[in-house]
Design a protein around this ligand. Structure first.
Ligand SMILES: C[S@@+](CC[C@H](N)C(=O)[O-])C[C@H]1O[C@@H](n2cnc3c(N)ncnc32)[C@H](O)[C@@H]1O
Length: 269
């Protein structure tokens, strides 16, 4: 299977072409279905209005999670922010997948966007829910690379400082980094079916993991490629990338314009 590639197209169609257990973990943040919300900027995405009915959104997320559990060996880390336009769908999802929920992580935001009207509370947290098909009983993770003696906490308090020109819904780089570092080793494969501006790909590149992504919007795929390319250049002239890592050498001796590859979905075989 080809890795270090972002496929431009619908993730559900793409996921259906991936073999069972072909990736190690998933780290992702889906569109939240907030296009119809009066509190939100209707132009959050370029070409996607993010405004499905409750049933349509429920079916979309359900199909996506079913496919993600099929293609993933270990854990699916799926970011939920419960808002009025997706609350019914997400509560239903929690019920449907109750046998697959391993853990709830909370991303607590010290600087949430303020409540914009009286009676509206600032939304100070998001969930990152861990789904699994192999390790659901008990709260101890059977498959992990966390350090003995280093206590971890399910509440991760972080300010989102990472803003990316041209994409308004990206998550901070710490988020994929935290999960990739804790639950994969070098050269493992990480999937992000909603790759957006490439934050997961960038974290994987820095940690010498392989990645596969899907993204509907070609402009976002190009933003992702630019972010990774910047990283290659910084790594070459500076010290940020690990120059002994195999991916670093391979990418610099190859053509960095080709990294990561952006391919149409039809190329996924
Ligand atoms: C919340 S954003 C993800 C942002 C990403 N985590 C980042 O840091 O840039 C969701 C992304 O999913 C994309 N998207 C929406 N529906 C999709 C689909 N069916 N298949 C693939 N991508 C989709 C949107 O274009 C958007 O870029």
């Amino acid at each position: 299977m080809r890795t270090d590639v972002i496929y431009n197209g619908d993730c559900i169609q793409g996921l259906k072409r991936l073999p069972d257990n072909s990736v190690d973990i998933v780290v992702t943040s889906p569109p939240y279905n907030i296009g119809g919300s009066i509190h939100h900027n209707k132009n959050m995405y370029n070409n996607y209005d993010d405004n499905l009915s409750d049933d349509e959104y429920l079916n979309f997320i359900r199909e996506c999670l079913n496919e993600l559990l099929r293609v993933t060996k270990y854990y699916v880390f799926f970011n939920f922010q419960i808002l009025s336009n997706n609350k019914n769908s997400y509560l239903e999802i929690l019920h449907i997948f109750k046998e697959n929920i391993k853990e709830f992580f909370i991303w607590a935001k010290p600087n949430p966007a303020p409540g914009v009207q009286p009676g509206l509370f600032a939304n100070g947290f998001e969930f990152i829910i861990c789904f699994s098909k192999f390790d659901v009983n008990g709260r101890t993770f059977k498959h992990h690379y966390t350090k003995q003696g280093k206590l971890s906490n399910t509440i991760i308090q972080k300010t989102n400082k990472d803003f990316v020109d041209g994409h308004f819904a990206c998550f901070g780089k710490w988020l994929p980094k935290f999960f990739v570092e804790s639950f994969t080793k070098e050269n493992d494969i990480v999937l992000d079916p909603f790759m957006g501006s490439g934050t997961t790909a960038k974290a994987c590149y820095e940690l010498n993991r392989r990645f596969i992504g899907f993204e509907l919007d070609l402009e976002y795929c190009e933003i992702a490629r630019k972010r990774l390319k910047q990283k290659l250049i910084t790594g070459f002239f500076g010290t940020q990338a690990n120059s002994t890592s195999s991916s670093f050498n391979k990418d610099l001796t190859g053509n960095s314009d080709e990294f990561p590859q952006i391919l149409p979905l039809a190329e996924l075989r």
